[in-house]
Design a protein around this ligand. Structure first.
Ligand SMILES: [Zn+2]
Length: 556
């Protein structure tokens, strides 16, 4: 089978010229609508201009017949198309080119045809300077004509990003875990201690390899982008991950260990490696294989991202990368995000999974939905403890069973829940009933999970309490934070709270808030940041709203 060929040239700053040759009979070409790892439409055709086909008359413009499709003029012989792609976004899922870096996520910028998904694909980078290095999970070679990559088909191609950069800017090291080679590639400044950075990877990799017992790919690559500007993001791929974090000078080792930024990078790295089994190996049926031509919602985002978030941190604890106090701090933070989102009481985490395709990655209107990462991780924790309390082992073991080398890669919600139920029924049917209840209340339902969380933590030897928020206005229901130009803005207003009933909403500016002696608070605020208002709110008895969860391990 003649491979499909993509030649990718760096056409000055922030633009690529891509020339692709498809076999005869390719009646149209298409650009992906979304990219795995981000469950919303990306509409990558928006970065394309000048789509043309080579004909006897030269390059002839193609007509766009669908939002992301161009019809070939003639497909009797090989179909050669050429276009320009604007590559000016730098995050963990994007494509970027300038004088110092060529970073390509193929699913952003390479055309394909759905009927040719098994045709091998060759990539040719003719103008990468000879003193540049390459980082990618794709097999590659360099000759006089440039750099060449090979992918077995469309699925592998679209899930295999690469970085090319001057050798001095692209650091590489390998380590071995359970007989597999793992690569760390870092583009950008490294202000931290390299050995400690690699050691953390070695530890959490070993913990994950010991738990899962196999690696679904021969080798694995961590591709890091540490720019000098703000970035915080990771994306999983089949045999690699891209993690972008900046500014790079926030990644340091301090006297007492990694800086907060560096700890966050390690947290993301552990999360992304868990995805190698949960999502890359086993994934919701809706994504097996990935259909790049249309939005692909699934109700199982809470498994894909929630379980991964929960286990990513747990593996760090198991590996000794963090200690119990470190895990409790992370879990406290997670619970705070959970408790402070009234949307979890509005839309279930399963429905919120589908809903990411509507507005899942932006702020969205207030208290509309849950967060699949946060609410999904809390649910994963509750499942983990329920399994264990009923003699069903741990959640990791259930996941290992489902992601084994001989298992179906496509998973349904029923497979997931029936596996948990069966394992929880080890000592009797009550365990299975408990799992069913978790699903009813916290997966398909929108019950308040706090009492269940307290219970589950108690089983783990952790006392969970709530501490009233130090800000009286937050206790009244208006959680404020820093807004534009240093103003104090309402970030979340709890529905039906005192503050809500006084008319406060997200975005309103609080000019002053003073407690009176009568258990009240006098608030001067600007509705829609414009119209001055004055309200007196009664501070609720007890914790009020936005109480902070405090976790403490019981001694011994
Ligand atoms: Zn993830």
């Amino acid at each position: 089978m003649t491979p499909i060929l993509h030649r990718i040239e760096r056409n000055g700053r922030h633009e690529l010229t891509i020339t692709s040759i498809f076999p005869a009979g390719t009646n149209y070409i298409q650009l992906p609508v979304w990219r795995p790892g981000r469950y919303e439409r990306g509409d990558f055709a928006q970065y394309v201009r000048g789509m043309a086909q080579r004909t006897a008359e030269g390059w002839s413009r193609l007509n766009q017949t669908e939002l992301h499709q161009w019809k070939a003029i003639n497909c009797e012989g090989p179909v050669e198309v050429r276009f320009h792609f604007t590559a000016a976004h730098l995050n963990a899922g994007s494509t970027w080119t300038d004088d110092h870096l060529l970073y390509v996520n193929p699913v952003n910028c390479l055309p394909y045809h759905p009927d040719l998904s098994d045709v091998p694909v060759n990539i040719h980078l003719p103008d990468v300077p000879s003193d540049w290095k390459i980082a990618t999970a794709l097999p590659n070679n360099v000759d006089d004509s440039g750099v060449h990559f090979q992918a077995r088909g469309t699925q592998e191609l679209m899930d295999s990003p690469w970085i090319a950069a001057p050798a001095n800017d692209l650091w590489h090291v390998e380590y071995n875990a359970a007989g597999h080679t793992f690569h760390i590639h870092v583009w950008g400044h490294r202000h931290y201690d390299d050995d400690a950075f690699v050691e953390a990877h070695q530890k959490f990799t070993e913990a994950q390899m010991a738990a899962f017992g196999w690696l679904p790919v021969p080798e694995y690559h961590f591709l890091y982008l540490f720019p000098d500007f703000q970035a915080r993001h990771g994306v999983e791929h089949e045999a690699s991950t891209v993690i972008a974090w900046g500014p790079a000078n926030g990644l340091l080792h301090e006297d007492d260990g990694p800086s907060a930024g560096l700890a966050e990078v390690i947290d993301i790295a552990s999360h992304e490696l868990v995805h190698t089994w949960n999502v890359k190996r086993m994934r919701p049926t809706e994504w097996m294989p990935y259909d790049f031509s249309k939005a692909s919602p699934s109700r199982m985002g809470y498994i894909a991202e929630g379980v991964t978030t929960y286990l990513g941190d747990l593996f760090l604890l198991e590996a000794g990368v963090i200690d119990t106090a470190g895990w409790l701090t992370r879990f406290e933070k997670l619970l705070t995000r959970h408790l402070w989102n009234p949307g979890r009481l509005e839309t279930s985490v399963a429905n919120s999974s589908v809903d990411t395709w509507v507005d899942g990655y932006k702020l969205g209107v207030p208290h509309r939905r849950g967060n699949i990462y946060v609410e999904g991780a809390v649910l994963a924790f509750l499942c983990d403890v329920t399994l264990n309390r009923n003699g069903g082992g741990w959640l990791t073991e259930a996941l290992c069973e489902l992601t084994g080398p001989n298992r179906e890669r496509a998973m349904t919600e029923d497979t997931w829940w029936s596996t948990l139920e069966r394992r929880a029924a080890t000592r009797g049917p009550e365990g299975a009933e408990e799992v069913r209840q978790l699903r009813t209340d916290f997966c398909d339902g929108t019950e308040d999970s706090w009492p269940e969380i307290v219970n589950a933590l108690m089983h783990q030897g952790v006392e969970a309490t709530l501490e009233p928020h130090s800000d009286a206005l937050a206790r009244c229901g208006a959680l404020c934070g820093k807004g534009r130009e240093g103003r104090t803005e309402v970030k979340v207003c709890w529905p039906e709270s005192e503050a809500w009933n006084a008319g406060l909403r997200r975005g309103d500016v609080v000019e002053s808030a003073e407690e009176t002696q009568h258990g009240e608070i006098a608030v001067n605020w600007k509705r829609d940041t414009v119209h001055m208002e004055q309200s007196t709110l009664r501070i609720p008895a007890g914790n009020g709203h936005f109480a902070r969860p405090i976790l403490n391990a019981f001694p011994g």
